[in-house]
Design a protein around this ligand. Structure first.
Ligand code: FE2
Ligand code: FE2
Ligand code: FE2
Ligand code: FE2
Length: 404
């Protein structure tokens, strides 16, 4: 049964599903369509498994997170499914998701097998018939449906149907195809086929989320830590960024005398500060040269996206502002709002220093890596303009104490 503890956990997973479904401001509705459809099929074919299948479907393409563009585009390209990175995304996604407490081990197998085909022609392992998890087959057929619908100019079942019927007995068992066909011939089509109706349903997303049994203890913390890894997995050069920013921010907060609860909040906000970056295409994030104005605008939107995502999660809502203001500058020339001085909450000012320090001391395509002392110099230069001078002073003492 649903209990208050699991609500934020489910909402956090839903937020991840949402951001995986985005490409900058464009909603692709891939993960959500697959999740709602697979869940509907599960209600009929695998009752009792509905919740697990729903969350597995929501995260099924998570392994595609580090690819230059969204997995749906990759799969639809000619020869896309021959691409090694595409062929590995089920394994990569399963590996990531397995670390999610309680739910992870239960759904990893479905993610690993969502491209396996009934006749053995799928990937990554070429499993056959009964060797494929029944939940993976439901996600698989829902996934194929979304891709076929996406490329169909006319969005009617009549048009999409033949392209799916030919895969019966190949990608999915004939029995499953029969149920699927019947469902699509019903009024359910209206609910699932149009982006506008999905959008409508997602507005009340908390009502859609099925409860997960067996969640106990403080799972949110473990989950948030895992999410920090997922966020950093978006681009290869930021491995560990979110955890390091959290560690630096905590040191600064301690030295500045923040209370225990404030420090705990800051830690979570730091771990999730770049959550919105998951929606930024990697072609923009990793561009070695200067960004054009449009690309710059896309980057500048990530704190707003982080805020919107944290707003979705009850229990993390109060952290949305702290996390979302990490690119504000002390002189008011930052983004997204151009807040100035003390108008920027102290935890966000701390985050700004911690974030900049880590960006400078790790290697990035657009700047050379600095030593901690060089980074400190840069912080000093920015004291009073980019950064709160009081926090820079504290950072200086901390770095000097560590030595080099
Ligand atoms: Fe996939
Ligand atoms: Fe997919
Ligand atoms: Fe950021
Ligand atoms: Fe950052």
């Amino acid at each position: 049964m649903s209990c208050p503890k699991e609500k934020p956990f489910c909402e956090l997973i839903a937020a991840l599903g949402t951001v995986l479904d985005m490409e900058d401001e464009v909603k692709l509705y891939h993960a959500w369509r697959v999740a709602l459809l697979a869940r509907r099929l599960a209600r009929e074919l695998l009752p009792g498994e509905e919740a697990r299948i729903f969350y597995a479907a929501l995260l099924h393409d998570m392994g595609g997170i580090g690819l230059p563009d969204h997995i749906v585009h990759r799969v639809l390209q000619p020869g896309g499914e021959e691409d090694l990175e595409v062929r590995q995304h089920p394994l990569r996604g399963a590996e990531m998701v397995r670390l999610l407490p309680v739910l992870g081990p239960q759904i990893a197998v479905m993610i690993e097998q969502h491209h396996e085909h009934w006749n053995g022609s799928g990937y990554p392992r070429g499993l056959k018939n009964g060797d494929i998890h029944p939940g993976a087959l439901l996600i698989g057929i829902s996934d194929i449906f979304d891709l076929r619908l996406r490329v169909s100019r006319v969005k009617t079942w009549e048009r999409v149907r033949p392209t799916m019927a030919e895969l019966s007995g190949k990608a999915y068992p004939p029995d499953l195809w029969k149920v699927f066909d019947r469902l699509m011939n019903s009024s359910f089509w209206e609910e699932i086929a149009y982006d506008s109706s999905l959008d409508e349903r997602l507005r009340t997303v908390h009502e859609i989320l099925p409860p997960i049994d067996g969640l106990t203890g403080d799972l949110l913390k473990v989950t948030i830590s895992l999410f920090a890894h997922i966020i950093d997995a978006k681009h290869p050069y930021t491995g560990g960024h979110s955890h390091r920013v959290a560690a630096y921010a905590l040191k600064l907060a301690e030295a500045l005398g923040l209370k225990k609860e404030e420090r705990e909040d800051l830690e979570i906000a730091a771990l999730l500060h770049d959550f919105g970056k998951v929606a930024v295409p990697r072609s923009v994030l990793d561009k070695p040269g200067p960004l054009d104005p449009g690309e710059f605008e896309i980057i500048r939107r990530h704190p707003l996206r982080t805020m919107a995502l944290l707003e979705q999660v009850s229990g993390l809502r109060r952290l949305a502002e702290i996390a979302g203001l990490h690119h504000e500058r002390y002189d008011g020339k930052g983004y997204p709002y151009g807040l100035k001085g003390e108008k920027i909450p102290l935890p966000s000012r701390i985050l700004a220093v911690a974030d900049a320090f880590d960006a400078m001391t790790s290697s990035r395509p657009y700047q050379p890596m600095r030593t901690p002392r060089q980074a400190l110099e840069h912080l000093r230069e920015g004291a009073g303009s980019q950064f709160d001078p009081r926090i820079v002073d504290v950072a200086c003492v901390l770095v000097e104490n560590i030595g080099e």
